[in-house]
Write a protein of this length. Structure first.
Length: 233
């Protein structure tokens, strides 16, 4: 595939042609296997213990160059940038190999002229992006979103995911695993990185509350999907 540096610049040129306002999406690929960088940078980025490290350094450099050139475009100051990933990758920390860590990715919101700055460690998910963007833009109408605005501190963060027949609800420091019929595990993923100590019997109230929330989300999503009600009227 195409290297990130050239691809980002191609993307920027395309954005220059769009009438405002616009929304656009870009998916970079240099941080993916086989983790190669252009030959001209082979001695520039030192890399690290894992094959992915050099390509991550290059991907970060390419993203930086995109912002340097994009800053010269007239649309730049009026744009909210959202940067995230779809999953984690090679890592030295065993945490990123478990069922929670494999979904742990950063989520960044950047507006060139915004005074809103800081870092939040609250649990967040990709379905929080839509309500967050609409909240930031001051959108006042209804929308259907299985998440919350990250800018609304009154809402407790949570995340839901599904892989190979297993639903997960991540809330606070706990992750609940549900097979569609019953809870099969409850773990404190911060204290138990291997997810080896099931707390279901020790914390039945926590397990029950999380299972109830997860079932409600699954039921609401399935019902809306079947009845074609995933968008606001």
């Amino acid at each position: 595939g195409i290297y990130d540096e050239e691809f980002f610049q191609y993307f920027k040129t395309g954005l220059d042609q769009h009438p405002e306002p616009f929304a656009s999406c870009f998916v970079s690929i240099s941080s993916h296997n086989p983790y190669v960088v252009p030959n001209r940078y082979d001695q520039v980025f030192e890399g690290g213990p894992l094959p992915i490290h050099q390509s991550i350094q290059y991907a970060d450099y390419a993203l930086g160059k995109f912002f340097q050139t994009a800053a010269q475009s007239k649309w730049f100051e009026n744009t909210l940038f959202v940067i995230t990933a779809d999953h984690s990758a090679q890592a030295e920390d065993a945490y990123y190999m478990n069922r929670v860590g494999m979904y742990s990715v950063p989520l960044l919101f950047y507006h060139p002229s915004s005074k809103l700055k800081g870092v939040s460690m609250r649990v967040t998910q990709h379905t929080d992006i839509l309500p967050s963007v609409l909240d930031y833009l001051g959108y006042g109408s209804d929308c259907i979103a299985f998440g919350n605005s990250v800018f609304n501190e009154e809402k407790a963060g949570f995340a839901v995911n599904y892989l190979n027949g297993l639903h997960q609800l991540i809330q606070g420091t706990y992750v609940l695993q549900f097979n569609g019929k019953e809870t099969v595990g409850l773990y404190n993923y911060e204290m138990d990185k291997q997810l080896s100590g099931d707390l279901t019997e020790k914390l039945p109230e926590v397990a029950m509350a999380m299972e109830k929330l997860l079932k409600g989300i699954i039921q609401s999503y399935n019902g809306r999907l079947i009845n074609n009600q995933l968008t606001a009227k």
